[in-house]
Design a protein around this ligand. Structure first.
Ligand SMILES: Cc1ncc(COP(=O)(O)O)c(C=O)c1O
Length: 410
């Protein structure tokens, strides 16, 4: 096979629309044996550094040795997916480990396969517990494309699929809107700790504190989505630690897989467990929390805890380099938003952002713009990125910015 044959087959049997889109933005490689921070083209010498990590799936890099070994050892021990209807030692162990590191008194964990599934359960739990229907979320937020999660997102994703009349979106930092919409008919308020798809938007201390207060006053379940922001991305195990508040439910996905076996989690405080008292089987997932996934995720958590100092160091290296980049950009870069290795580079216009993205790709660095704010380039390298690799990325950014300035002048 060759690249063009794979592209042709993908267009014929999977999605012609996606192939057209990849070609338009200059993505012409087929991921082959990728390792660490690098995606290797299967059919040529081309390799690119992965600055998106699939939103956190590759927090430990591609094909990470630790989680790969955990999976292979588990298979060799005769562990399989497990039966979701039976008691699982592996699920119990992982849930106990999560409870020991999650914020405050968050204790129980129910496992799923995808982030959307975990958000669906969070909404089911909030509605079941409160006997209310209304769900309030943030404009530009993204929580998945599944049944209940899709209602929390922007209209571009949900318009063809129904009315979603019990869902309301409010702008971030608008406390007046929060006071008005988070009312005594509301089951849950949901937000990403740091909004990813909205362009790495970091909430103020006051906003999160006030949201917690309003939820408490109105008896509303506060759901925090850490599918992208959690698991070491910000230099803390959980992004929410920075704000020092305890949500009622926390949702994790992507990185829970250790890059090798899918897993998502909905973790919650003890009072919410009462919802399951009447029917502990009211929510089930055949492949969610499989025994193999639990073995992998347990190893991933251990590795991530040890990585935190390195994430902070590399984060500082990026911060220093990006400050210089912005300073020398003659106003083309207007803002850098960053926590650890969760970075948004804001450009003066969407066109500049997309041109910069293409220039970086040609030089071997893959980063994509934020879907719900296309003037922001999201930079999320694997957490294992080395000092030399950060230097490489900063060089690519500097050279691409130089070309971008030239393009503007010509
Ligand atoms: C913050 C956030 N929540 C939830 C999801 C949904 O996860 P999944 O695609 O695994 O269903 C995503 C996916 O990108 C996400 O970014």
């Amino acid at each position: 096979m060759s690249n063009s044959e794979v592209f042709r087959k993908f267009a014929e049997y999977v999605s012609p629309g996606k192939v057209a889109m990849y070609k338009a933005i200059g993505i012409d490689f087929i991921p082959g044996k990728s390792k660490g921070c690098w995606i290797q083209d299967k059919y040529s010498d081309t390799k690119v550094i992965n600055l998106r990590s699939s939103g956190g799936v590759f927090n430990l890099g591609h094909s990470p040795p630790q989680t790969r070994s955990a999976l292979i050892e588990a298979l060799d021990e005769g562990i399989d997916m497990g039966d979701h209807m039976l008691i699982s030692e592996h699920r119990a162990n992982l849930a106990e480990k999560l409870a020991s590191i999650l914020p405050g008194d968050i204790q129980y964990s129910v496992f799923g396969v995808s982030g959307g599934e975990a958000v669906d359960l969070a909404i089911k739990l909030a509605r079941g517990y409160t006997s209310r229907k209304k769900i309030v979320s943030l404009v530009g937020g993204y929580h998945g494309h599944t049944g209940f999660a899709i209602g929390t997102g922007d209209s571009v994703f949900k318009a063809p699929f129904g009315d979603f009349e019990d869902y309301v979106q409010i702008p971030i930092e608008d406390l007046e809107a929060a006071e008005k919409e988070i009312d005594d008919k509301t089951a849950a308020f949901i937000m990403e700790t740091i909004q990813a798809t909205a362009g790495v938007i970091i909430p103020s201390r006051k906003y999160l504190r006030e949201i917690r207060r309003i939820c408490d006053e109105k008896g509303v379940v506060f759901i925090i989505d850490e599918v992208q922001a959690g698991l070491g991305r910000t230099g803390r195990m959980w992004a929410i630690e920075e704000w020092d508040i305890i949500p009622d439910i926390m949702v994790m996905g992507k990185g829970m897989s250790g890059g090798v076996y899918p897993l998502s989690v909905t973790s919650f405080r003890p009072h919410l467990q009462t919802f399951f008292d009447e029917n502990p089987f009211v929510h089930i997932s055949t492949a969610g929390g499989s025994d193999l996934a639990c073995k992998v995720a347990s190893k991933m958590l251990d590795v991530t805890v040890d990585l935190l100092p390195q994430v902070n160091e590399r984060g500082r290296q990026f911060a220093d380099g990006l400050a210089l980049l912005k300073e020398g950009s003659a106003g083309l870069i207007t803002e850098i938003r960053q926590r650890g290795l969760f970075i948004g580079i804001e450009f003066l216009t969407t066109e500049l952002c997309h041109a910069f993205m293409s220039l970086c790709l040609k030089r071997g660095a893959l980063a994509l713009y934020a879907n719900n704010r296309p003037s922001t380039l999201i930079v999320m390298p694997p957490l294992i990125i080395s000092k030399e690799e950060v230097e490489f990325v900063l060089d690519v950014f500097t050279e691409s910015l130089r070309d971008l300035s030239k393009l503007g002048k010509s």
